[in-house]
Design a protein around this ligand. Structure first.
Ligand code: GDP
Ligand code: GDP
Length: 438
């Protein structure tokens, strides 16, 4: 399950780390045992009332002159904001608003994320109100006086925060697996859905999802619960409203975004089409696990080479998801349909998997000793210092290097292949984030 992320943003020394520790209630930050990694983003689990979320600190770097480093703070903040459900902008109540705060505020107002303003270092409640009132000028709404050190005001801040987090029923229950069934019209999505519901226990079907017409179906197989996303969109009679050519790609994109794993359904009779490629591209971009389901296998005339040829076609045309398992099934006869769930389980396990920093660095060391990054024409050489897994879902690795511009595309692909070969992650995309020294 992916928890909503709350990004903590602010100038150095305003007390961001102190506030984060307060919000997270002293729970330990995830991993990062390598020197230097503390400079990068750290994620800490936190909860308030019945809401759970992750707090990400955008770095406690200390600089002499903060305006000089605003571009860096902004870069860090932007990286954190991309994945955040809300942001807390921390300012220093004892100094009052600074030029740096105003710049960050102007920039934050343009970001598509709700922002809460926390005025830190307000130990005394009376004084706190006066101190925090100065920050109305930042144009970010009500300033919340808090003290990271003593804890006052954090309850009110958290109350205001959870109002911006997605409601609990939109989040997957702990072990639920969210599955999107994506594919062109007529590839057999509703036939597959019926097969799933027929073979397994449909607990509640249907359940209303996020919007009025997005209906999910929940099925159980053994102990595992699967939420099949937006099954109303699948069952809808396409010819009625839009004509047979209509392909609800945006609806499919929305379902992909909500899923842990996507079943990309291909019609064995038609082969891989351009629309299938679009969906595959989106699945990879969104970082979702994937299983390629080639349906209507019963309708294909087969000889010994048929599977081999089809495999080749998929490898060539769906290279965005070349890590996905391929299954040849028939929703009509039921052939290999139960295998789909085995593949889903395996892909999700890989999508959620974490490997230790020492294993990551073993792979890197080995890879670099076979091939060092090539020297540029100017005679400069890229150097990789170390790597660490920063998140799962999808597994993402920060690789710390002297300068990302010295690591070319070919070499990046080489390292990615080495990661795949040594670490697996079959069924899941992985991300490599190349980070330079500052
Ligand atoms: P960061 O660089 O924004 O992460 O800031 P830190 O959390 O490292 O705190 C910077 C300084 O401010 C430290 O000396 C803290 O002790 C101090 N500080 C943090 N929170 C408070 C607070 O609530 N009240 C006061 N008076 N000082 C604080
Ligand atoms: P959807 O538009 O993707 O939901 O596709 P449907 O499930 O409505 O199926 C479209 C057509 O393909 C229907 O006529 C189905 O009977 C047929 N179909 C679905 N699955 C199979 C299959 O495994 N084999 C064969 N031969 N036909 C299938």
């Amino acid at each position: 399950m992916s928890l909503p992320i709350v990004a903590i943003i602010g100038r150095p020394n305003v007390g961001k780390s102190t506030v984060v520790n307060r919000l997270a209630g002293g729970r330990e930050a995830i991993v990062f045992d390598q020197p230097g990694v503390t400079r990068d983003r750290t994620y800490q689990p936190a909860f308030w009332q019945d809401r759970e979320f992750m707090v990400v600190d955008t770095g406690g770097l200390v600089f002499d002159d903060d305006t000089e480093f605003l571009p860096y703070i902004r870069e860090q903040a932007l990286a954190a904001l991309v994945e955040a459900a809300a942001a807390i902008f921390v300012v220093d109540g004892q100094t009052g608003p600074t030029e740096g705060d105003r710049e960050i505020a102007t920039w934050l107002r343009q970001q598509p994320v709700p922002v809460l303003l926390a005025v830190n270092k307000c130990e005394s409640p009376d004084q706190g109100l006066v101190q925090s009132a100065q920050f109305w000028e930042l144009g970010l709404g009500e300033p919340h006086p808090v003290s990271g050190i003593h804890g006052n005001g954090t309850g009110e801040l958290l109350d205001a925060l959870v109002a911006h987090l997605p409601p609990v029923d939109q989040l997957a229950a702990t072990d639920e697996i969210r599955v999107a069934i994506a594919g062109r019209p007529n590839v057999g999505k509703s036939s597959l859905l019926n097969a799933f519901v027929g073979n397994n226990r449909a607990i509640v079907s249907p359940i209303s999802g996020t919007t009025r017409d997005a209906i999910d179906t929940v099925v159980q197989r053994g102990d595992q619960v699967y939420r099949l996303i937006d099954t109303a969109g699948i069952r809808r009679k396409k010819n009625v409203d839009y004509g047979p050519e209509f392909f609800g790609i945006n609806r499919a994109f929305k379902a992909i975004r909500r899923a842990d794993v996507v079943l990309l359904v291909i019609d064995a009779v038609d082969g891989v089409t351009e629309q299938d490629q679009k969906l595959a591209g989106r699945i990879a971009d969104d970082g979702r696990a994937c299983v390629i389901v080639v349906n209507k296998w019963d309708a294909v005339e087969k000889d010994t080479y048929t599977i081999y040829d089809f495999d080749k076609q998929i490898a060539a045309r769906l290279h965005f998801v070349d890590w996905a398992k391929r299954l040849y099934v028939s929703a009509m006869t039921g052939q290999r349909v139960p295998k789909i769930f085995d593949a889903v389980d395996a892909a999700v396990a890989q999508h959620r998997r974490r490997v230790t920093t020492s294993v990551v660095n073993e792979v890197l060391e080995e890879a670099v000793s076979w091939h060092t990054p090539p020297t540029t024409r100017q005679g400069r050489q890229g150097r990789i210092y170390y790597g660490t897994q920063v998140t799962a879902q999808p597994p993402s690795f920060a690789l710390f290097v002297n300068s990302p511009s010295l690591i070319g595309e070919n070499y990046r692909r080489y390292i990615e292949r080495q990661f795949r070969q040594n670490l697996g992650f079959d069924g899941s995309p992985i991300r490599l984030l190349w980070r330079g020294k500052k």
